[in-house]
Design a protein around this ligand. Structure first.
Ligand code: CUA
Length: 316
């Protein structure tokens, strides 16, 4: 059937993943109904009066009306009360949203074109996935390595710009376990819409287990590289030889590369390593400079070697 094949939103808003989300939605629903009632009153009144006071004959004259104090006061004062109520309500929700509890668990968020990375106090880093325990206040301390991004979790109703050269923050307390989508909501370049991440909310036992767990345990170098690729490189580099934002990886290893100014080098391990850590050292002649951010301090030695291994594997 046609109707069953159409995806339908089960509600007006995304899932309510936090208490704040509930508060935001209540205010939103109030505004929606207040607007609806006002609209009915104004448009309904307009239609009703235009019939009631319609001119009956060509000789009808409009009565001499000056004003009506009670009526005018009422139609100004009632909206004034409603607006002040909305202001106070909005202020309350906003301050709940902005003031993180003192005991919140802090996680660093680093945005860059075009991915998100999360850094924990223990030193653990997690690309593209923010893992947090349920029913625990989490404070995000966020910065960007290049341009302005914006961190948005619709299910939590929280959003904040992420700005290079300074820290901004956000907090939330997830009530539900599960996966929640993160979007970048500040246009930051042509892969802006691919700048995605997930918040994975788990039980506190699962969280401490995850925190201690080595994500690469038992994986081959190639598997590690594949993992790194799928979260850090995929936005700009394809696994074919097709040109994207950056060059495709297939057939790249061992190939002669030509750079701005006519220099030439063979794409070996050192070249790939340099391109990851210092991408502007050698810029290919058919690509603009300054597009790729550095991954220095973002990837471990293990991950860099894995990535090199992965690039190599696309050439055999
Ligand atoms: Cu980052 Cu849009």
């Amino acid at each position: 059937m046609f109707w069953s094949s159409v995806a339908r939103a089960s509600s007006l808003m995304p899932v309510q993943g936090t208490e704040i989300a509930k508060q935001v939605d209540q205010l939103y629903v109030f505004l929606l109904w207040a607007s609806f009632v006002s609209c009915v009153l104004v448009i309904g009144g307009f239609i009703y009066f235009s019939f009631k006071y319609k001119r009956q004959s060509d000789n009808d004259k409009t009565a001499y009306i000056t004003h009506n104090n009670v009526l005018e006061f009422t139609w100004s004062f009632i909206p004034f009360l409603i607006f002040m109520g909305v202001f106070g309500w909005g202020w309350w929700v906003y301050s709940n949203m902005r003031s993180a509890p003192k005991d919140a668990l802090e996680v660093q968020v680093i945005g860059q074109k075009w991915d998100w990375a999360f850094l924990y106090k223990s030193g653990k880093s997690s690309p593209a996935e923010l893992v947090v325990p349920v029913n625990t206040p989490i404070k995000l301390v966020m910065t960007s390595r290049d341009v302005i991004h914006s961190f948005f979790v619709p299910a939590f109703r929280i959003k904040q710009d992420v700005v290079p050269g300074r820290y901004t923050s956000l907090w939330f307390n997830a009530k539900k376990e599960g996966n929640f989508q993160v979007f970048c909501t500040e246009y930051c370049g042509d892969q802006h819409s691919a700048m995605l991440a997930k918040v994975r909310v788990v039980s506190s036992e699962q969280y401490s287990e995850w925190l201690q767990n080595d994500p690469y345990k038992g994986l081959s170098m190639l598997d590690i590289g594949q993992k790194v690729y799928s979260v850090r490189c995929i936005a700009c580099h394809s696994t074919t030889d097709q040109k994207g934002v950056g060059p495709g990886f297939a057939g790249l290893f061992g190939k002669e590369r030509k750079f701005e100014g006519g220099a030439v080098a063979v794409a070996d391990e050192n070249y790939i390593r340099e391109s990851i850590l210092n991408p502007n050292a050698k810029v290919l002649e058919t690509y603009p400079a300054g597009v790729m951010p550095t991954f220095a301090g973002q990837l471990s030695e293990e991950e860099i070697m894995g990535a090199i291994e992965y690039v190599k594997s696309l050439t055999q």
